[in-house]
Design a protein around this ligand. Structure first.
Ligand code: SF4
Length: 63
């Protein structure tokens, strides 16, 4: 099965770093100040891994 990008929204701090790094993959919901996944099937592993490394909430997974 292909890898999927997931955000644990309970842990998201709403910093928008992932949205700035990969705007095609992550979006931001201003209503609850949490990021969400736009493209869970993205194959842009470099961008996803950079987001994971930069996420202060450690709440992005790719597996
Ligand atoms: S980088 Fe992490 S904590 Fe920041 S908005 Fe994205 S998922 Fe949330």
């Amino acid at each position: 099965m292909a890898k999927q990008v997931v955000i644990d929204q309970d842990e998201c701090l709403g910093c928008e770093v992932c949205v700035e790094l990969c705007p095609d993959i992550f979006g931001f919901n201003a209503d609850d100040a949490k990021a969400y996944v736009i493209d869970a099937d993205s194959t842009d592993a470099a961008c996803i891994e950079e987001s994971i490394a930069s996420c202060p909430g450690e709440c992005i997974s790719y597996e």
